[in-house]
Write a protein that binds this ligand. Structure first.
Ligand code: DX5
Ligand code: ZN
Length: 224
């Protein structure tokens, strides 16, 4: 099943509730929340208080993508604030197994993320622990960057491994997802589509979400 996960990074933060509601009316299934610490990535965004407010503003699950160093100490705070899914970067976690278990123990769904320079092989020992794998298709830190097509072979490989090892994780992709990249992304096998600029950059988030989902559905029909 294909799902759209609008990233609020490109939303108008002064009208967050409204913008998220519009995206939901357009068919968004989950709200993607980008947490950046100014160390792991060269940008700063938001923390648990905004997640807490968002939790009151929408019924959709909140997918918190932690682009932070030492995520372990913040996981309980994000769960407490209302995060339903929490993903951490392989590159940021020295004890990745423990961190993923920590997320599950706190009651959230664990996901693991890889940067464009990180191969899928780095995840082989944790694929049976996660509910989803997030493939970055831009270098994290900013919205509205150009899609890196080199990420598509990782999506294909993750789908193959899942079948071969009979695992259940879902495959999410993040960065440069838009009408013109959607076909390749969906045909490669991505199932959770994060889109920031394409939903909130300009125009109405509802219409934008509808159009992205329509493009995704058309690509599914053509999937070979
Ligand atoms: C990038 C973030 C993304 C970002 C995607 O570091 O992880 O979630 O918002 O933005 P777009 O869809 O604009 O490339
Ligand atoms: Zn993200």
């Amino acid at each position: 099943m294909i799902e759209l996960a609008p990233s609020i990074l490109s939303a108008d933060f002064a009208h967050l509730a409204e913008q998220v509601a519009r995206a939901g009316e357009g068919g968004a299934a989950v709200i993607h929340v980008d947490i950046m610490d100014g160390h792991f990535v060269p940008n700063l965004t938001i923390g648990p208080p905004v997640v807490k407010s968002l939790r009151r503003a929408t019924r959709l699950p909140l997918d918190c993508h932690l682009m932070i160093e030492s995520p372990d100490e913040f996981i309980p705070m994000f769960v407490e604030a209302g995060a339903n899914w929490i993903s951490v970067h392989q590159e940021a976690c020295v004890h990745l197994n423990r961190t993923l278990q920590h997320i599950r123990d706190h009651g959230a769904r664990p996901g693991v993320v890889i940067n464009p320079a990180t191969p899928v092989e780095m995840l082989s020992e944790v694929l049976d622990m996660v509910d989803y794998v997030l493939v970055m298709s831009v270098n994290p830190g900013f919205g509205a960057q150009k899609f890196l097509p080199g990420s598509l072979h990782k999506v294909r490989k993750l789908a193959e491994i899942r079948e071969h090892r009979r695992l259940n994780y879902r495959i999410e992709i993040d960065g440069g997802v838009a009408l013109d990249t959607m076909g390749d992304i969906v045909r490669a096998g991505a199932e959770i589509l994060v889109a920031g600029n394409a939903v909130f950059g300009k125009g109405d988030p509802k219409t934008n979400a509808e159009q992205l989902l329509k493009a995704a559905a058309e690509a599914t029909l053509l999937r070979v």
